[in-house]
Design a protein around this ligand. Structure first.
Ligand code: NCD
Length: 319
């Protein structure tokens, strides 16, 4: 993966701006890590001697755990900064925190922050590589990459598929990164949601919009469900959870409207009975949710591996 100047990419901040080749080479590299993770020897040494710091200002299970596992499997020393008990609680700004960590010579920072754009800002203040693990409602690039890897391994391709992204796309960085990636690789994307949960600029994102889920699901190859992200909402965006589930929750009857071989995805965490019924979420023949988690580790190993090659010293952070 190279920046427009041709030099290797230093940060991974978003899918927007990545070329098909950038994405495909990351997916190809991820495949080698899928194999490694399934074997008995899960340890490589490409990041030996490197230091990775995970800096999560928002809660996370899958993303943080898989970044930690990915770094450790590649031989890095991995630290998790406990934000809740750190000096950020004493009023230290994001930039001061970044500068403090930077002085300790990490090689890569993995950052999740509740403000859109905060991770890019931080990346401009440090010498090391930065990976965006989700910034506000903006981007979550490694989630889109792991979703793409899951789709490609299941369907054999991404181009030409019809993907429905259903639910709260207004507040979803997962939706935004997936829209960029799927469009870049030639898939067609539908957003399905009540009008209150569709982004205002959706018509400029290259997607089709459906406010009737039953119509939107017809002919879809992939049905990607999103959580109602109430922590990002001010006020109420849906009349009631019961009504939301009735019209926009994925159950067996609605899934039957998609293609017979359509697969279900969800980035997690799931709210069962809100956006998805347990019966379909747990259907191992139709649900790819567990595969998504598995692919998350491999994709994050590929991203760490690739960014570590970008530094003039091969990523080694000399004192
Ligand atoms: C998502 C996120 O944090 O953006 N989760 C994840 O990373 N797997 C989606 C969500 O919180 O609903």
């Amino acid at each position: 993966m190279a920046s427009p100047s041709g030099s290797p990419l230093r940060h991974l901040l978003g899918i927007d701006g990545m070329t098909p080749d950038d994405i495909l080479s990351l997916l190809d590299l991820s495949e080698t890590y899928v194999d490694m993770n399934r074997g008995p020897d899960k340890k490589a040494s490409v990041l030996r001697g490197r230091t990775q710091i995970n800096l999560f200002f928002e809660p996370s299970t899958r993303t943080q755990m898989s970044f930690e596992l990915a770094g450790k499997r590649l031989g890095a020393d991995v630290l998790n900064m406990a934000v809740a008990s750190s000096s950020t609680r004493k009023g230290e700004t994001l930039i001061d925190t970044a500068m403090t960590l930077n002085a300790m010579h990490p090689d890569v920072l993995i950052v999740r922050h509740y403000d859109s754009g905060a991770v890019k800002l931080l990346s401009e203040k440090v010498n090391c590589s930065v990976i965006n693990a989700g910034d506000g409602t903006h981007e979550h690039p490694t989630q889109a990459l792991l979703d793409a890897l899951t789709i490609r391994r299941t369907k054999g391709r991404i181009g030409g598929l019809l993907v429905a992204i259903c639910g709260d796309s207004l507040h979803s960085r997962v939706a935004r990164s997936n829209i960029h990636l799927l469009n870049t690789l030639g898939a067609r994307v539908r957003l399905i949601a009540p009008p209150t949960l569709i982004p205002a600029a959706a018509d400029r994102l290259g997607v089709e919009i459906f406010t009737d889920m039953k119509k939107g699901l017809v002919g879809c190859d992939i049905v990607m469900m999103l959580r109602l992200q109430t922590e990002r909402m001010q006020g109420s965006f849906v009349p009631s959870i019961r009504e939301y589930f009735h019209f926009f929750g994925l159950d067996r009857a609605k899934l039957a409207l998609a293609k017979p071989d359509a697969f279900i995805m969800h980035p997690g965490p799931m709210n069962r009975g809100v956006e998805i019924d347990s019966e379909v979420a747990d259907d191992i023949d139709r649900s790819l949710i567990r595969q998504q988690v598995e692919m998350g580790v491999a994709v994050r190993m590929a991203c760490l591996d690739l960014l570590s090659r970008s530094r003039p010293d091969g990523g080694r952070n000399t004192p």
